[in-house]
Design a protein around this ligand. Sequence first.
Ligand SMILES: Cc1ncc(COP(=O)(O)O)c(C=O)c1O
Length: 388
Amino acid sequence: MPTETPWEVPLSDLVIDSELEAAVRETVLSGWWSMGPRIAEFEAAFAEFVGTEHAFAVANGTAALHLALLAVGCGPGDEVVLPSLNFVAAANVAVRIGATPVFCDIGGGTDLNLDPEDVRAAIGPSTKAIVALHYGGLPCAIDELRELADEAGIALVEDAAHAPGASADRRPMGSIGDLGCFSFFANKNMPVGEGGMVVTRDPELADRVRLLRSHGMTTLTWDRARGHAHSYDVVLPGFNYRLDEVRAALGLVQLGRLPAENQARRRLVEQYRVLLAPHGVELLPRAPAEGTEAAYHLAVALLPAGVEQQTVREALQAKRIQTSFHYPPIHTFSAYRDHSRRPLPRTEETAKRLVTLPLYGHMGDEAVERVAAAVVEAVRSERAPTAA
Ligand SMILES: Cc1ncc(COP(=O)(O)O)c(C=O)c1O
């Protein structure tokens, strides 16, 4: 039985069905639970989907970012440029490898992605990499960031945790950076519970990711079990960031469902947009430009200036509608207050107006209407003059 929650409309929700159950059951009964045929199949299918030669299934999206930064040689004393309006994973990973995160501003207004001009200003002699987020699944200015990275001779890593299936001019997000990192966390468009993927076209980066993922060992248990190898060397100190077979089996089913999931999300987001726009509430990420496909991971309401984010969230909570906030800017967290104090006026101004609304492919029109009506009512009562 699914777990009971206090919400009538949750922020995200899983489809649980017999196909997923069968995939798990078959894998469990196969007797091979880690790094076997399902991982190989999942990696091959994902590499084909993203259009890269290499894909490595890993334990989660944070591990993917850790491996990507290590693979490009990021280490103590280096700087990593990234947006502050972001999940904290990339910043945490940079700090843990001894690098300094340098936070950049977003475009602002309805643009929640990195501002390439601010990235240009943030790049200095110690910069090793840009980690670019596709906020909410809308491709960021990836070509401009690619050019900036190439000019500066630094790496571009895509944090594509929100963006499986997003593309620009038919080029999938995750395939344009030196490495692309995905998350299959339980609330993502392609959920397996905990899981992630690192993709790259570069064979040398691929070798480093492969080794770092599994203790720097030159062969896997799977190779040895099949008689393809009999021993191993350790050529660099690595980790155990491997994914298991059960989650790879779930991932294969979810990958097959991703195009339909993204399309369903797209329709629901457009519905939100139409219902909210007449009331001064913009739905973000904004609609993709011609030739760009978004993955619609998040439906974020940009409240009119002056309307209290917290009051709107509480009004929805009272109606048992779950909301969230993507994201409290990283530079405002206690652990990051002393890091790289660049001015981030657009991040600070915009973040306080964001409320993330429920979104999942099987949500249904009625739930969208209900959430949108609750937002409109909350915004109206916030704006109404208080009685004397
Ligand atoms: C933008 C972004 N980056 C990285 C991560 C980290 O992924 P994971 O939770 O799988 O470690 C997440 C997800 O939580 C995310 O949303």
